[in-house]
Design a protein around this ligand. Structure first.
Ligand code: PEP
Length: 260
């Protein structure tokens, strides 16, 4: 199965509008002339989405080259939900992807599998493509819970999604102990987890959907480890935090990751 690699920058709570504009202008210059046969996605903070859309548009980038993601969305449509942003509001800024279930949302903001599932369903209602994050903590891995945790997160998080929804969904396997720590999973650890996640999708949706779904790896991906990780048969791209804050290293991760 030929799956198009997908590299997504998760800027977290970094880069306001002017830094977003600077990044995009520089990044576009750096990727010009490179044959990056992949999807590239940038997820800035909510308030920088309009500037990202505007800068991409004025740079002549069409939505095929760089796609826009949100880092979160509300599970509700509208109303008295102070501080929340709805899926329809995101659509107005040309958002195509939304990161859901990130470990920081789970651990810092208390998002449960049930909440994440409600957001997944709401995102699909608006035709947004979820980047659905899963992953175990170090204690869970060391306690032999890796597969049980991934099974729970996948089964609960995807509840109610149809095969058609799954065709528009990307899964990001992000071991929590590797996020922002500088510690990367070995390519063998990552490959084993990805193969297991793909087998779970097969159990739930069949072999065809499992063969098609893209599973990104996330957790301290850098230019120096991208090629080895991306060479694994079940790794279809990366979700990148820290190393995607600089145009040069984001470009190098994509370029190196595709060199295999
Ligand atoms: C992330 O936030 O999804 C992530 C993988 O971060 P980092 O690349 O900094 O580990």
């Amino acid at each position: 199965m030929n799956r198009k690699p997908i590299f997504a920058a998760n800027w977290k709570m970094n880069k306001g509008a002017s830094e977003t504009e600077d990044f995009v202008k520089s990044f576009i210059t750096k990727i010009q002339g490179l044959n990056l046969a992949s999807e590239i996605v940038i997820a800035p903070p909510f308030v920088s989405l309009p500037k990202l859309a505007e800068t991409l548009h004025s740079s002549g980038q069409n939505s095929q080259t760089i796609q826009i993601a949100a880092q979160n969305c509300s599970q509700f449509d509208a109303g008295a939900y102070t501080g929340e942003v709805s899926v329809m509001m995101l659509r107005e800024f040309f958002v195509h992807y939304v990161i859901l279930g990130h470990s920081e949302r789970r651990s810092i903001f208390g998002e449960t599998d049930e909440i994440i599932n409600a957001k997944m369903l709401k995102a699909r209602e608006a035709n947004l493509k979820p980047i659905f994050c899963i992953g175990e903590t170090l204690a869970e891995r060391e306690g032999g819970q890796l597969e049980a945790v991934l099974r729970r997160q996948v089964t609960e998080g995807l509840k109610g999604l149809t095969e058609k929804d799954m065709a528009e969904t990307v899964i990001a396997y992000e071991p929590v102990w590797a996020i922002g720590t500088g510690v990367t999973a070995t390519s063998q650890q990552a490959q084993d987890a990805h193969a297991f996640v793909r087998s779970l999708v097969s159990e739930l949706y069949g072999a065809d959907t499992a063969a098609r779904i893209r599973i990104q790896y996330g957790g301290s991906v850098k230019p120096g480890n991208a090629a080895e990780l991306m060479a694994c048969p079940d790794i279809d791209g990366a979700l990148i935090g820290g190393a995607a804050l600089e145009p040069q290293s984001f470009m190098e991760i994509i370029r190196n990751g595709l060199e295999n």
